[in-house]
Structures are given as C-alpha cells and as structure tokens.
Design a protein around this ligand. Structure first.
Ligand SMILES: Nc1nc2c(c(=O)[nH]1)N[C@H]1C(S)=C(S)[C@@H](COP(=O)(O)OP(=O)(O)OC[C@H]3O[C@@H](n4cnc5c(=O)[nH]c(N)nc54)[C@H](O)[C@@H]3O)O[C@H]1N2
Ligand SMILES: Nc1nc2c(c(=O)[nH]1)N[C@H]1C(S)=C(S)[C@@H](COP(=O)(O)OP(=O)(O)OC[C@H]3O[C@@H](n4cnc5c(=O)[nH]c(N)nc54)[C@H](O)[C@@H]3O)O[C@H]1N2
Ligand code: SF4
Ligand SMILES: [Mo]
Length: 870
C-alpha cells in the first residue's frame, strides 16, 4: 500500500478531510482524516465510496477539436485565437466564461483574473449563481461583506438548531451527524422548516411543513413575536445595527401569530411551539441552503433570517449564528476570489476605487469596470447572439440551468464553445467545438474553502491520465497565448495561491475581513504541508465591526410577496433537489455501483391523494410538464409531500436516461438582487403515461447503449449496467442492443413475458426481461451472475437454488442491506432503535448516512405492526 495522502472530499461544502492510500494504478483506499476539523475522521456514503469513482470510465483523455483528437498546442492556439478574434471584432463583452464551485481556488483565481483584468469584461459567472448567490447578496446587504458568521463548532455549542430549506441529512450528512451528536450530548433541539417531510425530519423535534415560498412571513412573524415580548437585544441593536425607518413599523403590523400561521399554512400551535422554543434559546443556529436561496425572493428570504439573528443578538457568540451552508466543495473559494460576475476579486465590488486597486495589483491592461452577465442572463445573451464565444469549465449548464432546453439551443447557436471537463460525453460537451481534458479529483492540486471558512488542501495521489492537465494550467496557457505571458507565468498552484493571498491583504487596512496575509508568503513546501486553517476567526461580529462605512450591520425591510394561486393549466408546483447518494449530473457518483443502489430511477414524488385524483399508482410513469418543457418520471407516492406539490431530482441526464430531465422544467425567473433562479417552485402539470410493457436489461461492460423505447434509465452495477425500461409496440426491437453470444430464451404468452439471456463462454453477457402483464423478478440475483463463470440456461429462472428473499430497495449502501431485510430483522428481533438495527444486521454502522432512513423504517414498521395487532 502506498503512503496515504491527506486531501479533501470531492463533493460537498462540508469539506471533509480524507486520507487516500493508493493501492495500485487508479485504485485507492479511502478513509476519513481524523485530524481534519470538519469531520474528525467521519465520511458520508458519497465520500466513503470515492474509491469506486477513480477509474477511467468515460474520461476525456486528449484535447478534442470537434470529434477529432488534437494536440494541446493546436487546441490551445485555437481557443486563444477564437477568443482574441471575437474580442477584436465585437468587443470584450462578446465573450464569456461559465465556471464552477468545483474548481480549486487557484483555478478560479486565474480564470477571474484573465476575464476581469486582461480581456476587460466581467462576463465570468459560475454555477454558484444557481447555488448561493442569494446568500452572498443577503450577506452583502446586511454585513457589508460576504461573511458566513458561523462555524461547525457553533453546531456543537447550540441549544437549538433550525434547518430552513435544507435537506441536511442527505446533502450535508456529516454536518447532520454533528447536529445529532449535539442532541445526544447536550439535548440540542432541532427544528426543520421544509415543505416536504424529508429524512432530515426523522431526527428532529419539530417539522414545520411550511407553504412553499413563505419563509419571509415565518421569519418576520417570529421577529414580531420576539419584539412584542421585549426579547430583542436592545444593546446590540443600539451599538451595532442600523435599521431603515420603516423597519419596525413593518414588523409590528400584520405579523401576529395567526396571520403568520395562515400565510405559512401551519398549525398555530406548532408555530407557537417554535416561537417559544426560539425565545427560550439564545444559543440558536439557523442553517439554510437551497430552500431559501433558490427562490425569486431568495435574497429577501436570506435577509429575513439575518434580520432575526441581528435583532435578537444571536450572532457573534458561541452557538448563535445564521449559517448559510454551501453546496459545492469550493463554492466559498470562488466567492473569495470574486468568481461571480457581480463581484470583482477578494471580496471587493466594482466601486471605482476597487477597480483601480485591483487594476494596480494585477498591472492589468483592461480592467472590467462594471458587473458582467449573471448565468441566466448570460445564456440568454448567448441565445440572442450577443455573446459569441463561451468557455465552460467544470459545470454542465445543458442540465443544470433552468429552462435547459433553451440553454441547449443557445449552446447550439453559439459560434464557439469550449468545454473543460474530465468526462468526454456530457450534455454540454455535445455542443462544444473544443473539449479540453482536465485533471480530476485525486489528480488536482490546490486549495478549497468549506462552509465554515476553513481552507484545506486538495492533494494529488495519482498522475492525471492521458494528456489531462490541471484547470489552472489550461487557463494560463490560453492567457499566455493571448499575449499576457508575464501576468500568467505561474509554475505551480503555490505561485497562484501566494498572489491571491497577497491580493486579499493589499491595501486592506481592516476594511475587509477576508485577509489571508498570514499565508501570503509561504514557501512551496509550506504550501504542500499546509494544514486546514480558518480565516475571519470563530465569531466574527461579536463586537459589531461590520464591513460597512459606519461598522454597523443593516436590518433590511423584507415583505412577504403574495403566493401565486394555482394556475388552471399548471395546477401543481414543482420542487426540485437532490438524492442522498448522487451528485449533480452523476459524472462521478454514477460510476459507483454501491451509490447507484439507493435510487435507481428518477422519481416524481407526489402526495397519494393527488396521485389518486390523477389516476396514478405507485410505480406508474408520469409526464411532468411545465411551460418550458416536459419529461417522464417514475411516480412515487409519498405522504411527506404537501398536497399540490411534487418533487423531482436534478441528477438524470441524456447520458443515462430517456426521462427524468428535471433541468428542462424550471422557469428561468431569477431573484432581482442575486440573479439566482427560483428552482424550487415552478407551475407544472402531471399526467399518467401508460405503457404496454415494462422490463429491464442487464448488460456486461460500461459502454452505454441507446435503447429505442419510451423509458430507459441506466445505473452502474458491479461488472456492467442495469437498464430499467418500458414502452409501447414490439419490444423485439430492443434486441438490437444485445451483444453477440449464445442465446437462451423463454416465453410465457399468457402474460406476454419474454426472458432472454446472452451467454458467452459460460459468462452472462446480457439478460433482457420484458413483460406485458406479469411481474418482473428481483434484479439482484441476475446482477450477481455477471460475476459468475458457469452460467447456463437456468439463469432465465432469475433465482438460484434454495429459498431466496428479495432484499428490497437498498437502504444501507455500505453493507448492501435492503428494506425487506431491515423490516424482517425489526419484526423478528423486535428491534426498537437504530443502534439495535446496527447491532443485529450492521446497517448504519459504517458511514451513517442511512440512519435517518432506518429511523423512518422503524416508525413505519412499528405502525404497521400496531395496525396488524388492532
Ligand atoms: N447527496 C448530495 N449532496 C449534495 C449535493 C448533491 O448533488 N447530492 N449537492 C451539493 C450542492 S451543490 C448543494 S447547493 C447542496 C444543496 O443542499 P440542500 O439545499 O439541502 O438540497 P436541496 O435538495 O436542493 O433542497 C433543500 C430543501 O429545500 C426545500 N424547499 C423547497 N422549497 C422551499 C421553501 O419554500 N421553503 C423552505 N423552507 N424549504 C424549501 C426542499 O423541499 C428541499 O428538501 O447540496 C450539496 N450536497
Ligand atoms: N432544477 C434544479 N437545478 C439545479 C439545482 C436545483 O436544486 N434544482 N441546483 C443547482 C446547483 S445548487 C448547482 S451547484 C448546480 C450543479 O450543476 P453542475 O455544475 O452543472 O453539475 P455537475 O454535475 O457538478 O457538473 C460538474 C462538471 O464538471 C466536471 N468536473 C468535475 N471535476 C472537474 C475538474 O476538476 N475540472 C473540470 N474542468 N471539470 C470537472 C464534471 O465531470 C461535470 O461534468 O445545479 C443547479 N441546478
Ligand atoms: S459530508 Fe460527505 S460528501 Fe460532504 S464532504 Fe463530507 S464525505 Fe464528502
Ligand atoms: Mo449547489
């Protein structure tokens, strides 16, 4: 075993430390880094299974111009030339970069410097626009600077944690485990505010299934309650906070408990319980993410939370803070370098003195003097031909932007599109004229900043495969070819880091909290060995000192907008978000067979009563349409949905399925302050889709095949792929997708069932099972046959000798334990809590990501047992 390398997880903004020990070429053993402050050795299901994702499947290994392999020289020359020509003819604002919170800080810094200081436009925006730009705008309005005034330690020290619009158990699992540990250790109370009952609610004291889009009313209502009881912090308000004239008058009118309960569609008793809990608990952390940010009122929703904390003195103290948690591994690093079109660099905006200062520091020939186009506007400008050359790095806008159909049209119409990615075939790459192979996680070298301002090293433990190169190298090579050799003459990430750190300190004089001067002069070795460190201190704003001219924070008057009544043609409201074991467009998590088991198909979750009214049963296919587009999903009935609301996941793409294309559905409306799209709320219609047959295909190998049918979704399984399929007409045309080999077949005409297997040298190459009215067998046994080497015609029975049980849907991916096994253990051994399940069958004892699901299964099972006994 090679030496373990300490690095940081590839995924979420929790920023867990990882110890990665290479075990061979492109093989690695992953463990949590016990010395890392974010996770102290723990990892969730995604981090735990990173080792399954470092293979070469799908990797882009060489530069491509069109569909032909090209040398780096040729590709870089072409990119530099086309950008230079476009700028020359149409001006700097005719080109743009669209980048990502999955870049390292050093990559981000050089991309931002190139666009804003040398090309002379601020048309560089990032997928963080879709993610936390409302939080940035809210922080700037309230604090004068984009500061997250909280750390994870505050969660350990809080007596009340409020999760607003955050499915923490799935999206920030190690933070969730930390909250649960605080509950066990000190009785911390947990309140979840989310229209859906998510697994995050399983470990909560109170769930408020708020009417979507009414968080402003809720927070204003709570502040009004605190004010009426005399529980605001008069001293902090007097010394450190400024309020607009209308602020308190607005809060005091129309925000009583009853009105608030009505607006938010919550039982007044629950609301009162929540308000009293808050009033009694000075040590409160309010943690929020996309349910707040991804709204056309996102910035106001953020400020409603910040108002509450400022006015009640719940900020700047241990265990008391508003906490905007970030999604991507380096969303925060992107904010620090100024990677948003609306920020300049190092927490400076486009005020003339900042433009001059940054221009001096960079010795920039062409400083951008005003903000550039924000993501949604940028793609609109591309579609309208105003932006003619685009470089996309580390993001997949053809999937992840709202109204993705229009985005694809824009990409197709754009005269020159460059994509830097680690994967060859992505939905965005399909429109790229040049594709540049980037170094991936495990190969990249640089820094990331997590949600609590801790900067950590990402260190390489493998060489980049083929001709892949780090993103910073690619950007600087293009910059040099555009004529700026000196300004982009970096030899290594440490050179860029030092420059970035110096810029944060340059003429700062305490005006900006972001100041990395302590790390601005470190040598290369010290950079390599850099331990995680936090900037800004543990409790910013304890004594005020906000980054405003008078050093006071600002309360912002925010009003609840009317909630739109359901539309006749689009009576439902579409909410979108994430699954526990998939990451965004699945380019990495999709490679892991273990992670694939948790959710194998894209589901539309719908309340059973709504489903019944629409004639939809659990497992049916359903078409979701909005004015922007439509896509088919598998219906999953869920009482945790509010009536009228449906939920779909964001992960499925053209590369892996025919349906489940959430990106096509949301409207491209954005928040007026932040430009963040309102992904959580789109008027939609739902319709059952009947098919004549359904089935599945198991196929050896990892090259994807296209299947000519209405519904086809693919997941990775050990040794191959599993496709779930459904359609109309003669399923025989699917046989074109089968590999060559000996064919065995069984037909049951009565049920319209056909079972077909292709066997080669005793190994299963493919199994295709289709039925018109019968049942399909469990896939597990057949998938396992991909590893067997004595497969014969008996494989068509889809089960081995002896008694077998269907495991059911996989709950614990670490130990591959299914729902049916867990229920059986609970019943037979009378298990009463999650640790007991762990003891009995192991589920939940490794990464812990499934513990909320186990808690839910316990409740459901005991209810069923009770009902059975009645
Ligand atoms: N497993 C997994 N983890 C991830 C990611 C992933 O792809 N997969 N992505 C990472 C990234 S980039 C991000 S940004 C984060 C996102 O992390 P989260 O924000 O936790 O995730 P989401 O599922 O987008 O949405 C959160 C919740 O907001 C709720 N919500 C919708 N509308 C409203 C509303 O009006 N009010 C309130 N109060 N709540 C509402 C939704 O029902 C949903 O449960 O996750 C990160 N972690
Ligand atoms: N409807 C709806 N849409 C949403 C959201 C939602 O909740 N609802 N959430 C939004 C949010 S919060 C986010 S963050 C976005 C995420 O959406 P995207 O950013 O589009 O999703 P990813 O799949 O993470 O895309 C990252 C791409 O970068 C590549 N990549 C990975 N590592 C590297 C690297 O080191 N270098 C380079 N050059 N490429 C790399 C990956 O292969 C992948 O193609 O989706 C947004 N879209
Ligand atoms: S919580 Fe999970 S996905 Fe997020 S950084 Fe930690 S291990 Fe990675
Ligand atoms: Mo995100």
């Amino acid at each position: 075993m090679g030496n373990a390398v300490r690095t940081t997880c590839a995924y979420c903004g929790v920023g867990c430390g990882i110890s990665a020990a290479p075990t061979g070429p492109r093989a690695v053993t992953i463990k949590g880094d016990e010395a890392h402050p974010a996770n102290a050795g723990r990892l969730c299901s995604k981090g735990t299974h990173l080792g399954e994702t470092v293979g070469l499947t799908g990797r882009l290994l060489h530069p491509m111009i069109g569909n032909r392999r090209a040398s780096w020289d040729k590709a870089l020359d072409l990119v530099a030339r086309r950008f230079a020509e476009t700028i020359e003819r149409y001006g700097p604002d005719s080109v743009a970069f669209y980048v990502s919170g999955q870049l390292l800080t050093e990559d981000y810094y050089v991309a931002n410097k190139l666009m804003k200081g040398f090309i002379g436009s601020a048309n560089i925006d990032t997928n963080s626009r879709l993610c936390m730009s409302s939080a940035v705008a809210g922080h700037n309005r309230a604090f004068g600077e984009d500061i997250v005034p909280a750390t994870y330690a505050d969660l350990d020290e809080a007596d009340l944690v409020i999760l607003v619009g955050s499915n923490t158990a799935w999206c920030h699992p190690i933070v969730y485990q930390r909250i649960q540990a605080a509950r066990a250790a000190r009785g911390t109370k947990l309140v979840v505010i989310d229209p859906r009952r998510t697994e995050t609610c399983e470990g909560a004291d109170l769930h408020l299934p708020v009417r979507p889009g009414t968080d402003v009313a809720l927070m204003n209502g709570l502040l009004a309650w605190m004010d009426a009881k005399g529980l605001t912090d008069a001293a902090y308000l007097a010394d450190h906070v400024a309020a607009p004239d209308d602020f308190w008058g607005h809060i005091r009118a129309g925000h009583d408990l009853w009105t608030t309960a009505k607006t938010c569609d919550l039982p007044p008793a629950s609301l009162q319980q929540f308000f009293e809990l808050f009033a009694a608990t000075p040590r409160t952390v309010t943690l929020f993410s996309q349910g707040i940010n991804q709204s056309i009122r996102g910035t106001d929703q953020v400020n409603a939370i910040l108002n509450l904390h400022l006015a009640t003195g719940r900020i700047g103290k241990p265990g008391a803070a508003p906490f905007s948690i970030t999604g991507q591994p380096n969303a925060m690093g992107g904010r620090e370098v100024g990677g948003l079109a609306s920020t300049l660099a190092a927490h400076m905006d486009f005020a003339p003195e900042n433009v001059a200062r940054v221009g001096r520091f960079w010795a920039a020939p062409a400083m951008a003097t005003k903000p550039g186009l924000k993501a949604v506007d940028l793609f609109r400008a591309i579609g309208e031909g105003r932006v003619k050359a685009l470089w996309v790095m580390a993001t997949n806008p053809a999937v992840s932007l709202p109204d993705a159909g229009r985005v694809r049209d824009a990409l197709a119409a754009c005269p020159f599109v460059v994509m830097s990615d680690v994967i060859t075939d992505t939905d965005t790459g399909a429109h790229a004229h040049v594709r540049l192979p980037a170094a991936a996680w495990g190969e990249k070298d640089g820094t990331v900043t997590n949600s609590d301002r801790t900067i950590s090293r990402q260190r390489p433990f493998m060489a980049p495969p083929g001709e892949a190169k780090p993103d910073w190298w690619i950007v600087t090579q293009v910059a040099r070819r555009m004529g700026w050799q000196g300004a982009f003459a970096y030899d290594r990430p440490a050179d860029i880091w030092r420059e970035h750190a110096r810029l944060t300190a340059y003429q700062n004089d305490g005006k900006r909290l972001l100041d990395l001067r302590s790390h601005a002069t470190i040598g290369n070795n010290a950079y390599d060995a850099m331990e995680p460190f936090r900037w800004g201190g543990a409790h910013p704003f304890a004594d005020g000192g906000f980054s405003t001219p008078d050093r006071k924070a600002r309360l912002v008057t925010v009003r609840q907008m009317d909630v739109q009544a359901p539309l006749r043609d689009w009576p439902m409201t579409l909410n979108t978000g994430r699954y526990r074991d998939q990451w965004h467009t699945m380019t990495r998590t999709g490679l892991s067979p273990k992670l694939a088991r948790h959710r194998e198909e894209p589901l539309v979750e719908i309340h059973p009563a709504d489903a019944q009214a629409l004639g939809i049963a659990d497992g049916d296919l359903a078409r979701i349409s909005t004015p922007q587009g439509d896509s088919i999903f598998r219906a999953a009935l869920n009482e945790g949905q509010r009536r009228g609301d449906i939920f779909t996941p964001i992960h499925w793409t053209d590369q892996i399925s025919s349906g489940g294309r959430t990106g096509l559905l949301p409207r491209p409306l954005t928040d007026p302050h932040s430009g963040q799209p309102g992904f959580k709320s789109t008027p939609a219609a739902v319709q059952k889709v009947a098919t004549e047959w359904k089935g599945f295909l198991i196929r050896r190998g990892d090259d994807p095949v296209g299947l000519p049918c209405l519904w086809a979704t693919r997941v990775t399984v050990p040794g191959g792929a599993l496709y779930e399929i459904a359609g109309n007409g003669d399923p025989a045309r699917l046989e074109a997708a089968l590999p060559k080999g000996d064919r065995v077949e069984a037909i049951d005409p009565a049920r319209g069932t056909r079972r077909l297997a292709i066997i080669r040298d005793g190994k299963l190459s493919a199994a295709l099972f289709v039925t018109r009215s019968g049942l399909l067998p469990s896939r597990d046994w057949l998938i396992a046959q991909l590893a067997a080497d004595d497969v014969g015609p008996a494989v068509l029975a889809a089960r081995g000798p002896g008694r077998q049980t269907d495991k059911g849907a996989t709950i614990c991916v670490c130990f591959d334990i299914g729902l049916n096994q867990i229920v059986a253990a609970i019943r037979s051994q009378q298990l009463i809590d999650v640790p007991a399940i762990g003891k009995a069958i192991g589920a939940g004892t490794n990464c812990g990501s499934c513990r909320p699901a186990l808690a839910n299964i316990l409740i459901q099972t005991s209810q069923e047992t009770l009902h059975a006994a009645e």
